[in-house]
Design a protein around this ligand. Structure first.
Ligand code: HGY
Ligand code: MN
Ligand code: MN
Length: 417
């Protein structure tokens, strides 16, 4: 019996989960061998589904399902998500948004159905920022907002992105012109839609399989390096220390307390380490990350201002220095009402609630929103809505419903003009 679209999506996700940078878990960092294997597999599935496939200068895998030949000046409806992961992550974050459109286009192709517009399915090569501490790197290239200085950014092993591109087989790696040419001409786009797991408990708690996203919370990420004085753990009195780790710990608690003050504000220190530390040496340096998000840009910026001032005050008081590097801030991205309503119409037609909710997680759609209108369809997460964790899960039934809804959306899609 031919598996349903939903089961095929889960089977594909399981197959991709075998390509990992780690034993017994899924880590797929940008430009690693696992990443290249995933990229190749996506390209093959796109071709099998009847798409013309290209891989661009940053590693995005893009499949085009051409419009009906009778279409006059067809535009491109772009869809997709990212295939890189966090460390020891889940198999659906990002990947669902690539696999579902691949499976749906495959079904259209098998039925000989062409649409009055081109569909382009994009596997974005890098969104999570695991290896180079970037974020939305790959979608920034398509959106024409790529920061070429990032090519010199080094990973934990001192390999810079340009050399990593070369090692992964990208000739002319980091060629500025090729990266600029990879940008999409916004005039060719009808819009960008992304299917993604909710990565939270809202749909699960409401007993809803699908939801329509209203806006995507803006986020700012930072790398902070605190420096003090390394000295002997046994001979340095407590009141004579310049301990970088305890300073960083106080700064971490400041992030937590400041971000607890406003409901839609969140702050996370996800990475914190003493470089080359020893158990009997007072830490002379400590490095940590900050990820600060809010439903409104003003709330986020006010919290950042307070936290940066607080970090400086803690450093002063403790005789430390703190160097703060701000990674790509991404502002709050609203979804387009006209696109949201087209998802809402197909949900209602299926007797489903057209439930709308904001996204606390960041998505490639927020980078694409800089050049075209966007919408997102959320799919219910199991296991209490957990994500960025191997326990991340969805059901074949919900994947099937999402795929059928996406088919309906595509067949009824009408551009604004
Ligand atoms: O961090 C995020 O929100 C996304 O998963 N990159
Ligand atoms: Mn993620
Ligand atoms: Mn994601």
């Amino acid at each position: 019996m031919t598996p349903t679209l939903g089961q095929t999506i889960l089977d594909y996700a399981a197959a991709l989960a075998h390509f990992s940078d780690m034993e017994d878990g899924l880590t797929c960092a940008y430009l690693t061998p696992a990443h290249s294997a995933t990229q190749a597999q996506l390209a093959k599935w796109m071709a099998d589904a009847g798409m013309q496939v290209r891989i661009d200068a940053i590693g995005n895998v893009i499949g085009r399902y051409a419009a009906d030949p009778s279409a006059i000046a067809p535009k491109v409806l772009m869809t997709g998500s990212h295939f890189d992961t966090v460390r020891d992550g889940g198999r659906y974050d990002g990947r669902l948004g690539i696999l579902l459109p691949i499976v749906v286009v495959g079904a259209l192709h098998a039925a000989g159905i062409r649409l009055p517009y081109h569909i382009e399915v994009v596997g974005f090569a890098e969104e999570e920022g695991l290896r180079f501490k970037t974020s939305f790197l790959a979608s920034s290239v398509l959106a024409g907002h790529f920061n070429h200085a990032l090519l010199d950014r080094e990973d934990a092993d001192g390999i810079n992105m340009r050399n990593a591109l070369s090692a992964a087989g990208f000739t002319g790696a980091g060629d500025d012109a090729a990266l600029r040419d990879a940008a999409v001409d916004p005039a060719t786009l009808a819009g960008f839609v992304e299917v993604h797991i909710e990565q939270g408990p809202v749909l699960l708690n409401r007993g809803l399989p699908l939801g329509i996203v209203t806006q995507i919370a803006g986020s700012s990420r930072f790398q902070v390096r605190v420096e003090g004085l390394a000295s002997h753990a046994g001979t340095t009195p407590m009141d004579m220390r310049r301990d970088a780790a305890t300073g960083a710990a106080e700064m971490t608690l400041l992030v937590e307390s400041r971000c607890a003050q406003v409901p839609t504000l969140v702050g996370t220190v996800g990475q914190l380490q003493v470089p080359n530390g020893s158990s009997n040496v007072i830490p002379g340096a400590c490095v940590f990350s900050m990820d600060i998000r809010a439903g409104e840009d003003g709330i986020r910026e006010a919290a950042i201002a307070d936290i940066l001032a607080g970090i400086e005050a803690i450093a002063q008081r403790r005789g430390l220095s703190a160097r703060v590097e701000r990674v790509t801030p991404v502002n709050n991205a609203p979804c387009a009402r006209w696109l949201m309503d087209q998802f809402g119409a197909v949900l209602k037609k299926r007797g489903l609630e057209a439930f709308e909710l904001p996204s606390g997680a960041g998505h490639d759609a927020m980078m694409m929103q800089r050049i075209t209108d966007v919408a997102m369809l959320f799919v219910r997460c199991g296991n209490g809505g957990i994500s960025h964790n191997p326990l991340e899960t969805i059901t074949a039934e919900d994947a099937q419903l999402a795929a059928e809804t996406f088919v309906d959306f595509l067949r009824h899609f009408r551009t604004t003009d």
